[in-house]
Design a protein around this ligand. Structure first.
Ligand code: DC
Length: 231
């Protein structure tokens, strides 16, 4: 594949813990693309709301705030496990957006129509920089419906819960499989039943079920799709 012929944006959508980040990061590395995990936009808006408003319950106030803030992503400036820097109004919030408090409120914030509108605009501006693997829930359906390559990664809730548990254990922490599974099913429910940009595969997305597959197998399947669609 000639570099000039590479598409602007490769969209990778799918539910929580479907492997989007792991696979997206590897794909970006191999293609020389920037990896943009768009979940950070909703996390940063949630953090801003918690800091400025104390809660995320006032939809209008959260929306106004999302319209005002600037969220940007940049190649990582530190080697502390991050895949990119996340800046909220110029301040590095890469790790602050990963706290349990943000985690517990982000689904609610991402269901607000005005927030989605504001953050979709910011994602498009970032995506236009080009040569990006963009991972999220609505990249192929809403943010870049014209993306030449759309991949939707899926996996059963049980498989995703096992992966999350493994990730947590790898960090030396412990957690209950049942609790993780319940949280995943709950988040799927919120993400796919929300009125605005619900989680679903684009009609022209290539769907890959990752159950029982290794990361490398999924990466190879994606590269085949990218290769065949870029010709
Ligand atoms: O992928 P993540 O866990 O960082 O996503 C955080 C939240 O943001 C999750 O509730 C889904 C939502 N999200 C979204 O609605 N649209 C996106 N493009 C990315 C994430």
């Amino acid at each position: 594949m000639n570099r000039q012929e590479k598409p602007l944006v490769i969209a990778i959508d799918g539910p929580a813990a479907s492997g989007k980040s792991t696979v997206g990061k590897i794909l970006a590395e191999r293609l020389g693309f920037f990896y943009f995990d768009t979940g950070v936009m909703y996390r940063a808006a949630t953090l801003a709301a918690l800091n400025h408003l104390g809660s995320v319950d006032d939809e209008l106030a959260v929306t106004r705030l999302a319209e005002k803030i600037n969220i940007d992503v940049r190649p990582s400036s530190l080697e502390d496990g991050r895949v990119m820097d996340v800046l909220l109004d110029g301040r590095d919030v890469t790790w602050e957006i990963r706290t349990a408090e943000v985690e517990g409120n982000v689904s609610q914030v991402s269901a607000y129509a005005g927030v989605r509108k504001a953050l979709t605009e910011q994602q498009r501006n970032i995506g236009r920089r080009g040569n990006m693997v963009m991972a999220g829930r609505d990249i192929g359906t809403v943010v870049f419906p014209d993306a030449a390559i759309k991949i939707y990664l899926d996996a059963s809730p049980q498989e995703r819960a096992r992966r999350r548990l493994q990730e947590i254990q790898n960090r030396g922490q412990s957690a209950s499989y049942e609790e993780i599974l319940t949280a995943i099913v709950h988040r799927d429910e919120i993400d796919s039943s929300r009125v605005h940009a619900p989680l679903k595969a684009a009609a022209d997305a290539f769907i890959i079920n990752t159950d029982g597959k290794t990361v490398e197998q999924v990466v190879q399947e994606c590269l085949q799709v990218i290769g065949s669609l870029s010709k």
